[in-house]
Design a protein around this ligand. Structure first.
Ligand SMILES: *Cc1c(COP(=O)(O)O)cnc(C)c1O
Length: 427
């Protein structure tokens, strides 16, 4: 854990860089280079031994720069800063969220292993798990938010899979309905499934909440993953990913990253360090805006139901209790069921002016989309319905705009949808 006397938001402007490293530059320059010179051949040998895990680092020694597929100052600074929010020992950054996910999963799974995963998951992750991992002899087993760990364990035992589980992969809150999985309970299940010399890892995709409003490592998870394309990047101008955890686990992932070549570029890493400076400001403002938008939608006659963590109440039972234990704020992602169907949903989306019609999330600008025909279009209809994704569902990622403008824009588009609905009902 970094020795920190200041809060992460105070350290985001400088941590991991000092001006002596770069001729007094207050911010780190972009090290747009592929390779680094060694002072001597002995030094080159020494750097490689550390990078390839042939020897242990001595007293927290930093790895020497070799080649930008292995390491680069911009990646290193970004990796140090990312650790602060989650109080992680180490992190690795990638060219995309999917690169972070696939490299991490491949490092810890082998043929014959079982991967237990929460459903729903991000569509790209579902495809990777069900279409790619299964080609390598890995068995994949989904579980749902309303299944208790005891029931999952019974099912694994009945199918003679319990002793082969190597990883529990969780995404919570789930995209797009915001359903929650209990990270502590699933980490406890992973411990129960572990045996001597065989550690079952709990891995959490924290993209929806992190790194601010939920800290899976503190709840018992071994690794936390991010699509840094979303809140961490936050400006819809970078695709990147990250994984955080112990020195030991991240060192293994970094070795595989070297051979997959799935690291982030120096320029993207530099853009992300710039984004981190305003991460807390952005996420706080986005959350405040989302709370206001959710309350507006909740009372609108064209809205049947709002899926937003900030609207959970005691009557939501276990979901409410998990939220209280696991998250410190409701975030800026919400979804709602519009009255009507696809036609009303599309009319709403086509009449937004300030809010942009696009996939992705967590950025400064507000975005809206239709999960059933866009982000989740690849999922079979039956499963979509099970997940609560109907043609009425619209997903919103709330940005930093003036909230009165956002509500006015959303209100006008809902009125257009109401006109279409009225015409339909009359016809
Ligand atoms: C976007 C996203 C991903 C994939 O990240 P990319 O940066 O697009 O590769 C993974 N998980 C979640 C929850 C996401 O929203």
């Amino acid at each position: 854990m970094p020795n920190q006397k200041f809060q992460p938001e105070s350290l985001m402007m400088s941590y991991g860089h000092h001006s002596g490293m770069a001729r007094g530059a207050v911010k780190a320059p972009i090290y747009q280079v592929s390779t680094f010179t060694f002072e001597t051949a002995e030094q080159g040998k020494d750097f490689f031994e550390l990078a390839y895990g042939l020897r242990e680092p001595v007293n927290g020694e930093a790895p020497g720069m070799i080649y930008s597929r292995l390491n680069n100052p911009n990646l290193e600074i970004l990796e140090k800063r990312l650790c602060l929010w989650d109080e992680a020992e180490d992190s690795a950054v990638f060219a995309s969220g999917m690169a972070a996910i696939s490299t991490t999963v491949f490092e810890f799974l082998k043929p014959g292993d079982v991967l237990l995963y929460s459903s729903p998951l991000y569509g790209g992750t579902v495809h990777f798990i069900t279409e790619v991992l299964t080609r390598f002899g890995i068995q994949v087993v989904p579980f749902y938010y309303d299944q208790q760990p005891e029931a999952i364990l019974r099912q694994l035992k009945a199918n003679n899979q319990a002793h082969r589980v190597a990883m529990i992969y969780i995404e919570t809150p789930a995209n797009p309905t915001n359903t929650l999985i209990d990270i502590e309970a699933m980490s406890a299940l992973a411990k129960e499934l572990s045996s001597k010399g065989r550690q079952v890892l709990t891995v959490v995709d924290n993209t929806y909440m992190g790194p601010l409003w939920q800290h899976p490592l503190q709840l018992g998870a071994d690794l936390v993953l991010y699509s840094a394309t979303k809140y961490i990047g936050g400006h819809s101008d970078v695709i990147a990913g990250a994984v955080l955890g112990s020195h030991e686990l991240i060192a293994r992932i970094k070795v595989l990253r070297t051979f997959f070549g799935s690291m982030a570029s120096p320029y993207d890493a530099w853009l992300l360090t710039r984004s981190l400076e305003t991460l807390k400001l952005r996420m706080e403002k986005q959350t405040r805006n989302a709370q206001r938008v959710a309350r507006f939608l909740q009372h609108h006659p064209m809205v049947e139901r709002v899926h937003y963590l900030g609207l959970l109440t005691e009557s939501d039972g276990q979901q409410y209790r998990i939220y209280g234990r696991q998250c410190s704020a409701p975030g800026a992602m919400l979804a709602f069921d519009i009255r009507g169907g696809e036609k009303e949903a599309f009319t709403f989306l086509n009449n937004l002016e300030l809010v942009k019609l696009a996939v992705s999330l967590g950025s400064t600008e507000s975005l809206a989309e239709h999960p059933a025909t866009m982000t989740h279009a690849g999922i079979p209809g039956g499963i979509l319905a099970e997940m609560g994704i109907s043609e009425k569902l619209v997903r919103l990622s709330v940005g930093v705009e003036n909230v009165r403008d956002l509500i006015a824009d959303i209100g006008l588009a809902l009125e257009k949808a109401a006109e279409v609905r009225e015409a339909e009902v009359l016809a």
